[in-house]
Design a protein around this ligand. Structure first.
Ligand code: FUB
Length: 341
């Protein structure tokens, strides 16, 4: 394993390149960082990557994570604490395998950890666990959230107090197998395969006040082009793949997401948390490693993006989380971030 102090690596072009920022911790591998500020402290809810010895494939079987560790820090640049195991797959009654990217929320004295995991039939659903402490340990509910499916929950509470969950991911995330509303075990392994049809949308569901249930069925968070037409399946540089996040800036709703096989982080802006969202552009170039997954938060008037790459391991399933600044331009666009200097 490369020491955390190393700041160079070979890129695809074979050129030695400096990274924009350094891993937040090197004692364990972490990915998919969902950051929040609770009680004035920064908490990061990441995946905990491990080497399970499973060969890489397009289904993501090599991402065979088994628990979560929550990281915390008093300020950006401050000491990072690993708070130990917050939830173990063995304590989730319905779980089969693969604890993927989580997120968290707070309401009325309780912290909620939302997590995707495959059930015992190998179908991804999203579960919820609760704790009185933002760093856990968390206790999982006995069943997944009714009506939930696929991966990558991102939970956003609007200024009116309503909370929404954005979720979904195609390919290994199985979203393409839910097109009919029920799981098709023999459905496509990648996308819809209908290149000229609208791309599969990220999903959005309003949460009930108990934070443990959807208030009605999840809807499509549709991403449209500048003419108002939905992006198409073949538009791999712009269409949604996985890893959504929502932040509100100057009254507008920014849906940010990964394009997966083209490795970009893009943003689309809407006037409502339910969309539609108009595609605006790329805001982060590809990181080192296949996956790219982020969260965006505001701390004391400054905006930050938490993201991951594979600086420490050089292996796509052994990632490390990072943070850097994110800037909105005066016109509401987001300044393009290059993860390399
Ligand atoms: O960590 C497993 C998966 O990789 C996540 O769910 C995706 O967003 C990608 O980062």
């Amino acid at each position: 394993k490369t020491p955390a102090s190393a700041d160079t690596s070979k890129t695809d072009t074979g050129k030695k390149t400096k990274y924009l920022s350094q891993p937040l911790i090197s004692s364990i591998y972490t990915a998919d960082p969902s950051a929040h500020v609770f009680n004035g402290k920064i908490y990061i809810y990441p995946s905990h990557d491990i080497n399970a010895g499973i060969p890489e494939n397009d289904n993501g079987d090599h991402f065979a994570m088994r628990d979560y560790h929550i990281l915390s820090m008093d300020s950006i640049g401050g000491k990072v604490t690993d708070n130990g195991v917050a939830l173990d797959i063995k304590d989730i009654p319905w779980a089969g395998r693969q604890l993927w990217a989580p997120d968290a929320a707070y309401k009325n004295g309780t912290y909620y950890l939302y997590f995707p995991v495959k059930d015992k039939q190998d179908v991804f659903h999203i579960g919820v666990a609760t704790s009185a402490n933002p760093a856990g340990p968390f206790k999982a509910e006995p069943q997944p959230i009714a009506g939930s499916y696929s991966i990558d929950p991102a939970v956003f509470t609007d200024t009116d107090g309503k909370t929404y969950m954005y979720f979904g991911g195609i390919w290994g995330g199985q979203l393409q197998r839910w097109i009919t509303g029920k799981y098709e075990p023999n459905g496509s392994k990648t996308d819809s395969k209908q290149e000229d049809a609208p791309a599969i949308s990220c999903k959005v569901a309003l949460l009930k006040p108990d934070m443990k249930n959807f208030d009605g069925a999840a809807k499509n968070a549709v991403i449209v082009d500048s003419l108002g037409k939905p992006l198409l399946t073949k538009d791999h540089n712009r269409r949604f793949f996985e890893g959504s996040w929502m932040h509100k800036y100057n009254g507008k709703y920014y849906l940010t997401y990964s394009t997966g096989d083209t490795h970009l982080l893009c943003y689309a802006i809407g006037n409502s948390p339910l969309g539609p969202f108009t595609y605006k552009g790329v805001f982060m170039k590809p990181v080192e490693g296949w996956t790219t997954h982020h969260s965006i938060i505001e701390i004391k008037g400054k905006w930050y993006i938490f993201y991951h790459d594979t600086q420490l391991s050089g292996k796509t399933h052994l990632r490390n989380v990072k943070v850097t600044t994110l800037e909105h331009n005066a016109d509401g666009s987001i300044k393009l971030i290059d993860p390399f200097l």
